[in-house]
Design a binder for this molecule. Sequence first.
Ligand code: CA
Length: 257
Amino acid sequence: MRLSLCLLPLFAAAQDYRITITQNRANSRAKGVQLSEVRLFGAGGQLVVADITNPAGWAGNPRSPNQNLAQLPASLIDGDTSTKWFDGALEDNGQSVLELTLADSSKVATSLRFFTANDVDKRDPVSWKVEGKTACGWGVIGSGTDVSAPTARMAQYTGDFSLGAVPVLDPNSCDDSDTYRFTFTGLRGPSANGLQISEVELFDLAGTPLAVTTASSPGTTPNVNQQEAHAIDGAWMLRTGSRPPPPPARAVCPSLR
Ligand SMILES: [Ca+2]
């Protein structure tokens, strides 16, 4: 079945920062990533981080097979370099993500500081990007590539990493025409214990498949082997072995007011 879609706008708040770690020192996904502290600084010094999460990661996900409750992301903002966060989901996802929310939304982060964890230096992050949340989604404000992480344990990375300004955008100007959201409201049942789907594909009015670059499932904690990326990887063909011909496409959208 192919569903026709009508566009709806997606807006966001403005005091959140996201760190996406893409490589560790070992350049091995199997080694995972870990840090003991992540600190943000702005005018006047260190900024208070009210909340930190590890979306799609092991930490904080009760379904993760190897979750260590002593290594949750909260350990990154406790001021103690002897406590750490570890995420093995780098192997499945190709990245490990941290999202930080400032206690004071009027503050602006201008630099970032990392501290290594207590062991296994192969897990030290060496490449990452930093984004700030704008009214129109995430905007890149910094990055690190093949950074020389210290081999010392529980040690500060050399220097702080500068962050650019988070763009101030008018929500009315947001171009979200490339973003779509699905909300599933019912299951076949009975006694369903979750929701699953192998692929989501989008087509234009001519029936041409559209490339999808990212997929997310806000507010959920998928199994590490059943991440959102699997809904856009085309792997369903391996399971079905055939592809039905696409039905004629037809879109009927009401006017947006
Ligand atoms: Ca810590």
